[in-house]
Write a protein that binds this ligand. Sequence first.
Ligand SMILES: Nc1ncnc2c1ncn2[C@@H]1O[C@H](COP(=O)(O)OP(=O)(O)O)[C@@H](O)[C@H]1O
Ligand SMILES: [Mg+2]
Length: 304
Amino acid sequence: MSRLTIQQEIFSILGIKEPVLLGEGSESQAYEYTADKVVKIYKGPVERDNLDHLCSIYAWLSTHHLPFAVPEIYAIEQHEDTVYLIEKKLVGRPISTVYARLQTNERQRLLSNYLKAVRHLQGVTLPTQPYGSIFHAPGQSPVPYQSWRQFLRETAPLKLPQTQDDLRQEGIDVARLLETFLQDIENVPDTPEKNFVHGDYFFGNVLVDDKLKISAVLDVSWWSVVGDHLMDIAGAVMFLDLYEYVTPQEITSLTRQALALYGPEILTAIRVYGVYYSLLLSDCKLFDPAAYSWSIKRLREYMQ
Ligand SMILES: Nc1ncnc2c1ncn2[C@@H]1O[C@H](COP(=O)(O)OP(=O)(O)O)[C@@H](O)[C@H]1O
Ligand SMILES: [Mg+2]
């Protein structure tokens, strides 16, 4: 049965007559369900264990009195081989859908709020967990890394067997890149405080309300790790240039704000974690060309 038919059947099971799409990411689509609930339908396979774990991570996050909402999963359901979740409906719209229409001063205010919000994740820690992924890829067991650098060293190159030919065609000297990167990893902390790192903190996963306050942070995923909080700060800054409507001046302004708060370590974090993300995104040429171009541009700049 086609994905569309299965989706129709899910709407019919839930009594949704006229489905309204609230948003879409790379893994799922969210539709209105009731006044205070949404249904999130996955596009591909998902591990049940990971969803149970996701549920408990959201419940745990919600105990931290964060100034924004996080998702709440009410039910995990399946129809044929399609998994769907019933979740609390969160207030706001993704920044990615509102930013382009804002005035310059509103954009500045929103960018500051966006940076301020992610800072609240500092101190949300998992001290008894090993460094590294909170979730695991289908079929794989999570690897307990003893140090943050070990996690970076061993995880960043994981996609290279599939992607190194593409990277070479893009003019990237993969051997030299890895050598430089492995040396550069020594510049980030080896055993930072074991912070919860969202790992995918960018405009698509952050909701903003009408007053330009950050109302929710979504999408804890396999990018989420136990490690250096600066990875999220670096992400907030470096994912800005995924969007052509964010100006270079706005990127410089947010980088300066981060620099004022964290000092030069933030520049190291942007550089090193930028390579980590680029290498792990190097396989998305076909399904996410914008992210692929972002990676290639970053890797080229890194090698200059
Ligand atoms: N609980 C929710 N309430 C309102 N909108 C949501 C909710 N969950 C997801 N969305 C919308 O769906 C989009 C995709 O959801 P997300 O959790 O980021 O999935 P993906 O893993 O596919 O990126 C979001 O950008 C947002 O617009
Ligand atoms: Mg998302």
